[in-house]
Design a protein around this ligand. Structure first.
Ligand code: TXA
Ligand code: MG
Length: 342
């Protein structure tokens, strides 16, 4: 693919209108959101969804998220809005939460990867919202990376992946959150977390007054024959070129381990303030015990490791609750589920 890609700027009102125009006539535009950049197109046009899969190189059974700017757009997309969805939307929309509900025939099967449910999210990022409004249609938007690479959290990341493959890219600077939205299904008897994100299981439980189940695919590798409720979770995702291994244990043990593994090509992916003590090249990806800063830096760190030509990466292990659950979930995929207990 080698097409002209318009570079647009969120600060220019004309550019936002232009992005809307391109989307309305069936084009693809990469747009910033508060989580990661999205590869956006008209969610209601099956040929556009097919084009999104093609550009990303993504398997077409992995459904897309439909983005809206106003709650008024929701009833046309879903058969019913369950009580739990009402509570979650009231508490967390606009924001980094995606809710799975039964879809109406208006949403094409191409957009939902053949499922009878649709994932809906109302982003809080003002640019994302302005572009949805300018387009005048709900936007299907998976993360704007090529399939298998970390989700893009800055304008240069998107340009690296999609230049020449889409009609436009909107520069919105760095994404605030840094990992993709929380995905929760409210179609079953109990709400179920399908992908952890910035909105945490604990926060949703407080709003719903009931337990949110955690899909087994989130923190462990699926066993043979097990079916992922969220198709995206079955793929090895966010795969850097380097071989990443997570080392679970405290910093003293981590440091000890690294001291015995100082071969060329070895890099440390550690927490702020730790790298200089290690004796190997390193990237720090946020504060220890702080999922929010780790989420913000993780994908940039993974991309940078590849740029530096890291071959073997030993990563510090995030916690597994709160926002850290999202960080752990992304990192174990980057590590192809290699976790070593120190
Ligand atoms: O933060 C985000 O959600 C970003 C920005 C651009 O909004 N988008 C994003 O989209 O991460 P994507 O396509 O990379 O991830 C969508 C996830 C996948 O894991 C997919 O399997 C799941 O949501 N999903 C979508 N529709 C679903 C459905 N109907 N049932 C179950 N899982 C679904
Ligand atoms: Mg993605």
């Amino acid at each position: 693919m080698n097409m002209d890609t318009r570079l647009l700027d969120e600060k220019n009102e004309q550019d936002i209108k232009e992005a809307g125009k391109i989307l309305r006539r069936g084009g693809l535009v990469a747009i910033p959101t508060e989580t990661v950049y999205g590869l956006a197109g008209n969610a209601l046009d099956p040929t556009v969804s097919a084009q999104i899969y093609k550009v990303k190189g993504r398997p077409s059974d992995n459904p897309l998220i439909v983005h809206i700017a106003d709650i008024k757009e929701l009833p046309a997309l879903v058969e019913e809005i369950p009580e739990a969805a009402k509570k979650l939307a009231a508490a967390f929309w606009p924001g980094p939460l995606t809710i799975i509900m039964k879809k109406t025939p208006l949403v094409p099967m191409q957009t939902t990867g053949g499922l009878d449910t649709v994932a809906v999210r109302m982003p809080s990022d003002p640019t994302a919202r302005a572009i949805i409004n300018a387009a005048g249609v709900p936007l299907a938007a998976p993360s704007a990376n090529l399939s298998g690479l970390p989700s893009p959290t800055s304008f240069p990341h998107v340009c690296d992946d999609l230049m020449g493959r889409v009609d436009g890219i909107v520069n919105g600077g760095d994404c605030e959150v840094g990992v993709e939205s929380t995905v929760v299904a409210v179609t079953g008897e109990h709400p179920m977390l399908l992908r952890p994100g910035y909105v945490t299981k604990e926060q949703m439980e407080a709003v719903l007054g009931e337990e949110v189940l955690v899909s087994p695919a989130i923190l462990e590798k699926l066993k043979d024959g097990e079916v992922a409720r969220s198709p995206g979770m079955k793929y090895k995702h966010y795969a850097p070129k380097a071989q990443v291994t997570i080392l679970r244990g405290d910093f003293a043990k981590y440091k000890e381990f690294i001291k015995q593994h100082t071969e060329p090509g070895v890099w440390a992916l550690c927490f702020d303030g730790e790298g200089a003590q290690l004796g190997v090249p390193f990237i720090e990806y946020g504060k220890n015990h702080d999922g929010v800063t780790q989420a913000h830096h993780l994908f940039t760190a993974l991309r940078d490791l590849d740029k530096h030509g890291a071959q073997v990466v030993y990563a510090r292990c995030p916690e597994q609750d709160g926002v850290s659950m999202a960080v752990y979930n992304r990192l174990i995929r980057a590590a192809a589920f290699r976790v070593v207990e120190l």
